[in-house]
Design a protein around this ligand. Structure first.
Ligand code: ZN
Length: 293
């Protein structure tokens, strides 16, 4: 069983100086830069022991297991079989295009025992300071889902970016980020527990559509810039929502009593009792309005 170590304090970036041999069971990188020996494989750690590890001085690190990969797994793997056969036996395929890719990328791969590794080279000086050269274990397709599940579940259901930072430093396969995205988006625990804070709009409650005229009216006031000669300070606007027919009357004030009196004489008496009044007035205003009607 191979054991790799993850610094859960900052998400990744185990220094090269503490980089442990994946083939030898091994060491844990502590948050303060020390390397503590580990005598058990990750799968042998009981929950109680794991808890004890976290509460002690090694609480910044967690041991994660990598799969046991054999040479046969690489030979039968769709992605790595060409490179593996070339590095082991100098074999090339009958396909010129695949051979060209193998020859161009051969410097990026190397063997350590039966395991195939790929160099991860920083693309610029800034990345070199943050993440030096790393040896990434090539993972055949048959192990990928199990490995993603193991890392994702044991690291507290990390999100896409954090999980990618951790895995891309240790393992390699094509479309690693895409597979992580698919896995995180379909994790049942994450879907149930992680709240989507970006979704903040409230559901809409559309008003009922009237079936004919004089069923529902909208009410509002248009306040005038100055009082009229008759002492009116605003215009009460009552609009039939079905036909759009407006009823406009000047009012001396904006009180619920005055509004109710105008609505009763101008709307209810000539056209009947409507089904609905729609207004943006407050609750107390509406109570007083219907009380006076
Ligand atoms: Zn999850």
């Amino acid at each position: 069983m191979n054991v790799c170590t993850i610094n859960v304090d900052n998400g990744m970036a185990i220094p090269e100086s503490s980089h442990c041999d994946l083939g030898a069971e091994n060491a844990i990188y502590c948050g303060d830069g020390r390397v503590a020996p580990v005598n058990v494989a990750a799968t042998d750690i009981t929950p109680a022991e794991t808890q004890q590890t976290h509460t002690n001085e090694d609480r910044y690190a967690i041991a994660i297991s990598l799969p046991d990969i054999t040479a046969q797994d690489y030979v039968t793997d769709e992605e790595f079989q060409d490179m593996y056969r070339f590095l082991v036996n100098d074999e090339l395929t009958q396909n010129e295009r695949r051979n060209r890719v193998t020859l161009l990328l051969q410097d990026q791969y190397f063997l350590k025992g039966d395991l195939l590794f790929k160099w991860s080279l920083p693309r610029n000086k800034r990345e070199h300071r943050l993440r030096p050269v790393a040896e990434r274990l090539c993972i055949p397709k048959m192990f990928r889902h199990k490995l993603l599940k193991h890392f994702h579940d044991n690291l507290g259901h990390f999100g896409i970016q954090r999980l990618f930072l951790i895995l891309s430093y240790r393992v390699y396969w094509n479309n690693l980020l895409k597979d992580i995205q698919e896995f995180c988006h379909t994790c049942d625990t994450c879907l149930r527990s992680k709240m989507n804070f970006g979704f903040r709009s409230s559901p809409l409650h559309p008003l009922p559509v009237p079936n004919g005229p004089c069923e529902s009216y909208s009410l509002d006031h248009e306040v005038l810039s100055r009082p009229t000669k008759r002492g009116n300070v605003a215009v009460l606007c009552v609009v039939d929502q079905f036909s759009g027919w407006p009823i406009l009357r000047g009012v001396p004030d904006l009180t619920a009593y005055t509004t109710a009196r105008v609505v009763f004489t101008e709307v209810i008496v000539p056209y009947g009792v409507p089904f609905l009044f729609v207004t943006d007035k407050g609750g107390s205003y509406c109570v007083s309005f219907f009380f006076n009607i």
